[in-house]
Every structure is written in C-alpha cells, then in structure tokens.
Design a protein around this ligand. Structure first.
Ligand SMILES: C[S@@+](CC[C@H](N)C(=O)[O-])C[C@H]1O[C@@H](n2cnc3c(N)ncnc32)[C@H](O)[C@@H]1O
Length: 332
C-alpha cells in the first residue's frame, strides 16, 4: 500500500512536513528559499527539498495534500503589521502549485491575524475557484498537542472532500517548560546545545535577574543597568529579559529566541539564553535533529517551524479525511 503524498511550499527546515511524516505521509517535493533550511530539511526529513522561490513556478507533481507556511512577519502582532509588506502577498503564490498538483486537501499555516487580512480573503477565493468548496479555518494552540509552549497558529484547510475534522487536543494537561529544559540528554558534545555567551552589560543584567524575574526587577533594583527608554515603557513588553517559568509552558519560541531583549527567553536557573537544542525541544523537535548553518539561521529555522506534535495532529486529521473518502491507498 502506498503512503499518501504531500508537497510542502515555504517548507523551512521541515517541521510541518515532519509532523505529516509522523502521520504516515510521504513528502515528494519541498520548496524553500533559504539554503540552510533546505540543507536541514534534506538532513532531517527527506532529500526531496529543493532550493528555490515559490514564485518561480515550473510545474508540480500530483499529490494528495499541499501544505504551505508562507512567512508571517507582515501579519504578526509583534511586527508592524504593515499592510504593504510585500511578504503578505507570498501566500497567493501557492495557487499555481495547487492547480498543477491537484491535491484533495490544501493546508496553509500562519499566525491568526492572517485570517483577518485581505490577502487571506483573496487566497480563500482563489482556492474556491480551483474547486475547493470547503475552506475552513482552525486556530490551534500548540500546548493542546503535547508541546511545552504556548503558540497559537491558524490553519486554513481547503478541501474537495467535504469538511475535515479539526484535530482534538491530545492532552488535557499542558507540558511544562521544565519537561523540555531539564529532561536528560542535554550534552556539551551536542553541536546544537550552544548559546551566545552574554558579555558586558548583558551579562551583568542576566546575573541579577531572579527566577521568574524580568526587566522590571532590573528597573526596581538596578536602575544603573537600565536605559532611560525602559522606564518610559515599564509596563509594556514586560517579558523582555525574562526568565522562563519552568512550571508552565514557555512563551512562543520565535526566531530571535537567543536574544534576551526580545522576550522571556532566559534559562530558568542558568545565566544565559536558551540553547538551540532547548529551543528545538520546546518546538517538539527530536534530539536526533541537527539544523544546518550558523546559530542565527539555525535559530530562525527553529522559531519559524510548526511544532512537530501539532503538525502531527493536523496530519492525522488530513489522513482521516483522505481515508474516509478512499482517495488514496493508505499504509496500514
Ligand atoms: C514560516 S517559515 C516555514 C516553516 C515551516 N513550515 C516549518 O514548519 O518548518 C517560512 C519560510 O518561507 C521561506 N520563504 C520566504 N520567501 C520564500 C519564497 N519566495 N519561496 C520559498 N520560500 C520562501 C523562508 O525562508 C522561511 O523558511
């Protein structure tokens, strides 16, 4: 029996694809602009990844499912939400691929504000024109799927098979950050268990931030280490220079999770940010994975990804929809 197949556009390092592989899918083509991300995909997921732009459409293989994760910076609540950001239109580039690949299902992952954008409306209309009568959206949180991280993501599911059942949570009790950060196996010999060594004033600040603390502790107790701008926005961006609470799921792991000025990314007890391996663990990536490239591109690949257990749950829903309609010969 052959496995159902998928095509991954804007594939990054392949976390979304890896979840589908766990659900029994076989990736046949992944297209990604970042050379390091392509190398990571080829190393950890499948040799089918190619380096190129989704804008350069040159034909596509027939598949059961197309998945896509177009860049979300233009829509993110953290970005400037610039409606003229050219990245906002990238999602529309998937339409020629869908037309050629002729899948039964299409799934596009992005941040929830994408669903309220004109680009989403245009994309949904384009998918309906291609024959996908059912275009529904799911807003899922990774912590409902065994990921030790709060991460809300929007999935747009276009179907020619009738409605696809939204994945039900796989856990009632969210995993804590400590289940990833204090689990055995973190090894100095692991090339991914690395973090930027804090220097100068950054090192001084980090050393003074108590467990669960953040920049407000510095403002209260050590104002000489704080720039004047911090007092002006004291009650905003309270998570920056924050230590992760080990007893709760972590905040959303973003591309800059090794920069303490960008969020609550300090280790709960050690005077440093997270290592690449720890960030990957919070994304549900197995320790057997290695990300290619220097630390900055590697962190970007990690922070960009769909947490693998959440992607797995999405994949199970897709597979059930395909099996229900007998569209493909599913592996036992
Ligand atoms: C949100 S990430 C995708 C993450 C991926 N779904 C995963 O789970 O690992 C978006 C990716 O789109 C890539 N990208 C941006 N513009 C592109 C283009 N024109 N063609 C192909 N990939 C592009 C970026 O390099 C980035 O890796």
């Amino acid at each position: 029996m052959s496995a159902p197949t998928h095509l991954d556009l804007f594939s990054g390092a392949g976390l979304f694809s890896a979840g589908l592989v766990q659900a029994g899918f076989e990736p046949v083509l992944a297209v990604e602009l970042g050379a390091e991300a392509v190398a990571s995909y080829r190393r950890n997921v499948s040799r089918c990844a190619v380096h190129g732009s989704v804008a350069d459409f040159r034909g596509a293989p027939k598949v059961d499912v197309v998945i896509a994760g177009p860049p979300c910076q233009g829509f993110s609540t953290l970005g400037r939400r610039d409606p003229t950001d050219v990245r906002n239109a990238l999602g529309l580039l998937i339409l020629p691929w869908v037309r050629a690949a002729d899948p039964s299902l299409v799934v596009i992952e992005n941040v929830p504000p994408f669903l309220r954008s004109p680009q989403w409306r245009e994309l949904a209309a384009g998918l309906r024109e291609l024959g996908y009568a059912d275009v529904v959206t799911w807003e899922l949180d990774a912590l409902d799927f065994g990921v030790p991280q709060r991460r809300r993501r929007a999935f747009t599911v276009a179907s020619r098979l009738g409605p696809v059942a939204q994945p039900a949570p796989t856990t009632a009790t969210p995993r804590t950050a400590s289940s990833a950060l204090f689990a055995p196996g973190l090894d100095k010999a692991d090339p991914m268990h690395v973090w930027p060594t804090p220097k100068g004033i950054a090192a001084d600040r980090i050393a003074l931030i108590p467990p669960l603390g953040d920049k407000r502790d510095l403002l209260r107790g050590h104002p000489h280490l704080c720039p004047p701008s911090w007092s002006k926005i004291a009650d905003q961006a309270t998570d920056v220079w924050g230590r992760i609470d080990p007893d709760k799921p972590s905040n959303t792991v973003r591309c800059n999770f090794q920069n303490p000025s960008k969020g609550r990314y300090l280790h709960p007890t050690e005077n440093r940010t997270l290592s690449l391996r720890e960030g990957a663990r919070l994304q549900g990536v197995p320790d057997s994975w290695c990300f290619e490239g220097k630390p900055l591109p590697a962190a970007r690949q990690i922070g960009n990804g769909v947490p693998i257990p959440m992607a797995h749950a999405v994949g199970e829903s897709l597979r059930a929809a395909l099996a229900g309609m007998g569209v493909t010969a599913l592996a036992a």
